[in-house]
Design a protein around this ligand. Structure first.
Ligand code: AMP
Ligand code: GLY
Length: 423
């Protein structure tokens, strides 16, 4: 069948790379894609939220499966748009409908879901501009640091963790009254701070059955030793070495199963990936967030470890018989190092020529903010490429990745040289 992947990052290049290996995929399209997807698929110049444009492309190219990479189209209802259109409703959409996508689209909705289904998470209250004073009073009952979360989508920037009470109050006012994150912070969730170690768990579901995918850990800060500004993600390691069987079992029993059951009880259909952000406190996992998609760069570390045909898995999701799939996972460790533009995550220049990536042999090069310009590949975003290597452990895999990265060059290129430092 013909397949369209929505998105343009390293995550989408990885999806396309894996789907292109499948005999079940005939023609592969990516919208809008990047220089990496252009080499294995046909890029279509359509924005991920241009539903009418997507519809025309699906009809003119006889596309029968839509794989949605980022959250925006899901939260805006791309799956519902397909189901409600007679010409599109036969198309398999990988990604939840709007109702369930609200788990990522609204932090308050996610907290209510977690509490309703008795899934472990931090205590919280939510506030709007009308009850700012109540928000101040609630902050006074908590001990620092204070966790303030914009309710809506804020491109990964909507969470503030603040040590000082007065500063927390002033930021709460900035968010609620002065629209610090626009409409996304017209409501704010204030949450108890959880002191522990973070990891992410990835689940695929057809709405009835589920499969656990390998765990991964990402490195969000720009600077070595987890310092400096937050980024979209500077690298990832899969599996997470400290996620032993006991912990994984707790995650599955206390978090994954009640999540799938909760979606069923709430009558919110779900076909796609669930990315569960966790903090482990005293060996007990608690949920800090749901995402209704795969992570980036976690996808670049997780998918290369899955030996099973991804198209077979997606077709099983469409047919709601995911239970028939035998998920084969490579026991090796995958590490992904993200190459970023100089200055990122603040202002950076684009259009820098990228050279040497064709000479990489012992790693996989996933393109992200990279585009063709004439005969060259040039930078077009903050996160430019993600380099994934496999090894017997994360050290071996990282050594390979760093060795291969020494072949790649572009002006201002930056990357973290200390991934795995905390493991
Ligand atoms: P979120 O977007 O909800 O995942 O939050 C972004 C980051 O803030 C997470 O990756 C955590 O590092 C941190 N964080 C979120 N919630 C909490 C919490 N309740 N306690 C401690 N850290 C948190
Ligand atoms: N790497 C974190 C995310 O994709 O949200």
């Amino acid at each position: 069948m013909n397949v369209l992947v929505l998105g343009s990052g390293g995550r989408e290049h990885t999806f396309a790379w894996k789907i292109a290996k499948s005999p079940l995929c005939a023609d592969l399209y990516v919208a809008p894609g990047n220089s990496g997807t252009a080499s294995i698929a046909t890029n279509l110049d359509i924005s991920v939220t241009d539903f009418e444009g997507i519809k025309s492309a699906v009809l003119s190219h006889n596309i029968e499966m839509l794989v949605v990479g980022p959250e925006d189209p899901l939260v805006n209802g791309v799956h519902d748009f397909f189901l409600n259109d007679d010409a599109l409703k036969h198309v398999a959409v990988i990604g939840p409908q709007k109702a369930a996508a609200t788990l990522e689209g609204s932090k308050e909705f996610a907290k209510e879901f977690l509490f309703r289904h008795n899934i472990p998470t931090a205590a919280y209250q939510s506030f709007t501009a009308n009850d700012l004073e109540k928000g101040f009073s609630f902050l006074e009952t908590l001990s620092p640091p204070y966790v303030l979360k914009a309710d809506g989508l804020a491109a990964g920037k909507g969470v503030l963790i603040i040590d000082d009470l007065d500063e927390a109050k002033s930021e709460l006012k900035n968010m609620l009254v002065d629209s610090k994150f626009g409409a996304a912070s017209s409501k704010v969730v204030i949450e108890e701070f959880l002191d522990g170690i973070e990891l992410s768990c990835f689940v695929l579901t057809d709405g009835i059955h589920y499969k656990l995918l390998p765990t991964a850990k990402d490195y969000k800060r720009i600077g070595e030793g987890d310092t400096g500004l937050n980024t979209g993600g500077m690298g990832a390691i899969s599996p997470v070495p400290f996620a032993d069987e006991v912990l994984l079992n707790k995650i599955e029993e206390r978090i994954v199963k009640p999540t799938i059951e909760g979606l069923k009880k709430d009558k919110t259909p779900y076909k796609g990936f669930i990315f569960i952000g966790l903090i482990v406190v005293n060996n007990e996992p608690l949920v800090i967030e749901y995402n209704v998609r795969m992570g980036d760069p976690e996808t670049e570390a997780v998918l290369p470890r899955i030996n099973t045909d991804l198209m077979e898995i997606f077709i099983a999701i469409k047919n709601q018989n995911l239970n028939t799939i035998n998920l084969e996972v490579n026991p090796k460790t995958a590490t992904t190092v993200v190459l970023v533009s100089g200055g990122y995550p603040e202002a950076y220049e684009k259009g820098k020529t990228i050279s040497g990536f064709e000479n990489v042999q012992e790693a996989i090069v996933f393109h992200a903010g990279a585009q063709h310009s004439n005969d060259e590949v040039v930078t077009s975003g903050g996160r430019v490429m993600a380099i994934t290597a496999l090894g017997l452990d994360h050290k071996e895999a990282l050594n390979k990745a760093y060795n291969e990265i020494s072949k790649i060059k572009f002006e201002g290129m930056n990357f973290r040289k200390d991934l795995g430092f905390d493991l």
